[in-house]
Design a binder for this molecule. Sequence first.
Ligand code: ADP
Length: 387
Amino acid sequence: MLSSLTYLHILLVEDNLPDIIIIKKQFQKLQTLQVDLTHVSTCREAIINLQNTTFDVILLDLSLPDSQNLDTVKTIYAHSNDIPILILTGLDDEEIAITSVREGAQDYLVKGEINLDNLQRAIRYAIERKQKLKEINILNQKLSVSNRELENYAYIVSHDLKQPLQTILASSQLILYLDKDNLGEKSFQLLQFISDSSNTMNQLIDTLLSYAKIDHDHEEKDILDCVEVIKNVLGLLKQQIQEAQAVISIEIEDNQHPVTVFYNQTQLTQLFQNLISNAIKYIPDNCQPKISISVKEEKGEWLFSIKDNGIGIKSEDHQRIFKILERINTDKQYDGIGIGLATCKKIIENNGGKIWVESCLNQGSTFYFTIPITRCIENENDYSNSI
Ligand code: ADP
């Protein structure tokens, strides 16, 4: 990039005269490049210049008469209009220089070690890195716009499909009910087929709608006790649990009561329901499901695990199963549409958590997920998010 440039406009923010002389001397050695150096000694002057002029790069000393260290980086970064910043630092300031890079600077140069080579290289990398960063940001913005459009589109399409489908479903069921005796055997079977298929499609649309809705209703959140939510889910799954004779245990490590989170109730219920229901469902024939749900505090988050003794998942499928409409076990024995885990992933990630699975084929699976901890202080309305 620098090699293709013939002219560079540089803002040098430095108050130490010997350092200014050294840098100016280095630039004078440049033959192929014309450098226009604007020099200021304070943060205030730098801001005024940044408001009025466009530069290719900013060379920034951190100790200025009106600003020090990280404050200098933060202030200049806020006014930089995406111009790359190169920190000039003393030998003993390297720690601050590294933190400055985290705060938005592109790189740093240690004063006393500056020569034409490393100065040129640092400027070139700073400009290139900033350019790439800009391109990535633009791409990310485009991606999130198109993702949002796609989700809205899916929501609208599913919503509009429901109406005609319900007419088909209701009409076919009405004919089956009212005209049963007048229908020939073949017509009866075909109508039954229409009714069953419309029913399945209706359920599929409902599931897709609720998947698309996750982004729309995550705003309505409450402080919830996860153990209460799990107990409620076990009630909702009562029939499935009884039929499979599943044994389910809940373990809270280190007696960390209550396990409170700030979450949308429907989504937290959906999350546990999908994972527990899968743990009961994906079990070999004639095997009693034994499921243990546990939670512990780890690195400022709740770490949940749901362990089963089921059919397990091959390691190459561990990522795939979290994608929408991806199913691994398509045998009749395990019915489903492949949206449950994608829903869990979306809910968890929208709430600042992660989800993953550890499993081997035929050796059961453990699904892990994290939720930021929210602690109740005195009453239900006082809470603090520990993250
Ligand atoms: P569905 O259950 O409707 O197929 P999911 O998104 O919940 O959809 O799961 C995706 C796939 O992940 C399933 O088809 C199954 O192959 C696999 N899977 C999910 N949970 C388990 C589990 N506890 N044990 C084994 N496989 C599982």
